[in-house]
Structure formats: C-alpha cells, structure tokens
Design a protein around this ligand. Structure first.
Ligand code: COA
Length: 259
C-alpha cells in the first residue's frame, strides 16, 4: 500500500508501520490518522501478518502530539465532529493482532495516547513522555486520562496530566508506562525480536489472549474470568489448539495455520 505519511513494510510475519512526517516531528494530522486507520484495517485482514510494530520516523520523535495547527483551525463544533467519528486510538486498541509501540524521542500528547493504545511499549533511552495538553489550556482527549491511569495508576496520571511535564524513559519504565527499556536506537530491533517470539504461535491464540487481557480494562474480575474461560475453550476447540497439543504429545514442532 502507498501512503503519504506512513511507511508500511513487512518482514515475514511482522509488519512495520512507521509514521513518516519527520519535519513536523510526526505530529498527528488528519492524513496521518486516516492512513493509520487504513493501514491497521489492511493488516487486520492480511493473514500473512501476525504481529505489527508502530514507530516514528526521524531522529527526534515517535510522535510530538496531535497537530496543534489543526486545533487552531477548528471550531468547537468541528472538533466534536472529529471526535464523534471513528478514532485512530480506538482502531489501534481494537486491532486484533499484537501491536508493539517502539518509541524514541518525543512521545507527547496524542503521541503518548497512541503509544498507550498499543499492547506494550518498547522505548529507547531518548524517549520523553508527556501529556502536554494542559499547557494549551486543554486536557488529554484520546486516552491520556483513561488508558494512562489504568496503566500507571491515577496518582501518576494526575501528576503527568496536571503538570504537563515530560518524564524521561527511565522514569517511564519505572512507573510502568514502558514495559521494556533499551539503549539508544535499539527500540525497533528489540520490538522486532519480541514480535518474532510472538509470531511463532497460533494467530488464533494470539488474538484470543490479547482480547482476554484487553478485557481487564473493561470488566470486573468475575466477568473477566468467565470471559477467559470461554476464550480458552475457543482456543481449545481451534485447529491450532488441537495441533499444538498433538505436536507436544508427538514430540514435534507444531504447524499453526491460524484456524
Ligand atoms: N503539532 C504541529 N506541529 C508540530 C508539533 C505538533 N504537536 N510538534 C512539533 N511540530 C512542528 C513544529 O511546529 C516545527 O515545525 P516548523 O519547522 O514548520 O516550525 C517542527 O515540528 C519541529 O519542531 P520544533 O518545535 O522546531 O522542535 P524542537 O526540538 O525545538 O521542540 C518540542 C520539540 C516537542 C518540544 C516542540 O515541538 C513542542 O512543544 N511541540 C508541541 C508538543 C505538544 O504540545 N504536543 C501536544 C499537543 S496536544
């Protein structure tokens, strides 16, 4: 697929999605958001893709936020119309395959919210996270109060969203905003290594495991355990589930087909 603000490449079962607007620090304008949604919809359907990685182009940023110029050009009514349409953050969160955010440099505002919508985050030591909206007289509007508080707890989310201060990669790692911290420039390599380790397994099991863990954001424990049971049974009844168990018993490598 051809895009203006994205680079989409594939390496075996792994898709690399790179936001490519480096002269504007990959700020999320309408085109980036639309193209990202088109890309994830395409990757969701493409059976040859098992895991995806999202990163930002250029030396300085993953994504330095929503495009502030677009905010400046919109009325409150127009902003509501934008918010009422399908949103890129939800498209990423609902993507049915594992999605790893590979973060370096500035990861601010909508950029941080994009990283929060990924399943996990690998950052290099240059990463700087922040919800800078408060500096503009605004608040985070795409998960930077909700997904952030669920990930790092309400106290840390308060600190980040109410000060607008940036936190460095080390601190982001310490509070759980980043799951894996690596040396400068190694974030995509590390994310790829992780993706390869996931891509070995049944696409059905990957999808069901992701769905079950995502449900913890929405459900009380008893309902979550009930859902987990049903999803386990779905995995158990899948061809891949049968194949995995049979291969173990027969002491051979399984061949997962995604069914
Ligand atoms: N929206 C639109 N344009 C942005 C942007 C954003 N969120 N972030 C950076 N840019 C643009 C700059 O306007 C500049 O464009 P120009 O060269 O045409 O003037 C270009 O990207 C480079 O940014 P610059 O500010 O020159 O880089 P810097 O290294 O001096 O500063 C930041 C980096 C991230 C501190 C600074 O760009 C910034 O504060 N950006 C806004 C962050 C923000 O508030 N994000 C949350 C929005 S809700």
């Amino acid at each position: 697929m051809e895009f203006d603000t994205l680079r989409l490449t594939q390496d075996g079962p792994i898709a690399h999605l790179q936001i490519h607007r480096p002269d504007k620090l990959n700020a999320l304008n309408r085109t980036v958001r639309r193209e990202l949604m088109e890309a994830v919809d395409h990757l969701a359907e493409d059976e040859s893709v098992r895991v995806a990685i999202l990163s930002g182009a250029g030396p300085k940023a993953f994504v330095a936020g929503a495009d502030v110029q677009e905010f400046a050009d919109r009325s409150p009514g127009e902003q509501r119309e934008v918010y009422d349409r399908r949103r890129v953050y939800d498209a990423l969160a609902q993507f049915p395959k594992p999605l790893i955010g590979a973060v370096h440099g500035y990861c601010l505002g909508g950029g941080s919210e994009l990283a929060l919508a990924c399943d996990l985050r690998v950052a290099d030591r240059t990463a700087r996270f922040g919800q800078a909206e408060i500096r503009l007289g605004l608040i985070p509007g795409a998960g930077g109060t909700q997904r952030l508080a669920r990930l790092v707890g309400p106290g840390q989310a308060m600190r980040i969203a109410l000060t607008g201060d940036m936190i460095d990669a080390e601190e982001a790692y310490r509070i759980g905003l980043v799951e894996i911290l690596v040396e400068e420039g190694k974030h995509v390599e590390k994310a790829t290594e992780l993706a390869q380790r996931m891509a070995r397994w049944s696409p059905v099991a990957l999808r069901l495991a992701k769905r079950a863990i995502r449900a913890t954001q929405e459900m009380p424990l008893s309902a979550g355990l009930e859902l987990e049971k049903e999803l386990f049974l779905a995995a158990f009844g899948s061809e891949d589930g049968q194949e995995g168990v049979q291969a173990f018993v027969e002491k051979r490598d399984p061949e997962f087909r995604g069914r």
